[in-house]
Write a protein that binds this ligand. Structure first.
Ligand SMILES: [Zn+2]
Length: 147
């Protein structure tokens, strides 16, 4: 099932972002990791970058840096108007940020509840962006803004 949303835009991480981290690691096979470029899990034998990344939504003291994976050469851009269901089959943390990049709220969201929770968060006019993160490790997966 693919969820199409009309009120939000998905923000992925381009593989070129890896080039700004001199400590990036190229891994020839790291199957099953969440790829932030095309927003799916990696397959065996796909070369990937592991690098430090700071999502653009938190600013100032709320800017965070953490590890992300992307393809080295991404074969397909993600759909930016659809929630990437392959990365939403586990509980996730949704953090909301205002226009100044300050965190407003955070919530644990279960699979199947993302659409409703995102819509509820964007009902607050002070919310400008969301970060979707893993529950266990806290790693950034992708961002969401209003369309
Ligand atoms: Zn990719």
């Amino acid at each position: 099932m693919t969820t199409i949303v009309t009120f939000m835009r998905i923000h992925a991480v381009p593989p070129s972002a890896a080039l700004s981290d001199p400590g990036r690691e190229r891994r020839e096979s790291e199957p099953g990791v969440p790829l932030r470029c095309c927003l799916r899990k990696s397959l065996p034998g796909e070369p990937v970058w592991l690098f430090r990344y700071s999502p653009p939504f938190g600013k100032g003291p709320y800017a965070e840096v953490g590890p992300v994976f992307t393809h080295v050469d991404c074969p397909a851009a993600p759909s930016l108007d659809r929630l990437p269901v392959e990365l939403l089959n586990n509980p996730r943390i949704l953090r909301s940020y205002n226009a100044a990049g300050q965190i407003v709220d955070g919530a644990v969201v279960e699979p199947g509840s993302f659409d409703r929770t995102i819509e509820e968060l964007f009902n607050d006019p002070s919310i400008e962006s969301l970060q979707v993160r893993s529950l266990s490790h806290g790693c950034f997966h992708f961002g969401i803004t209003r369309a």
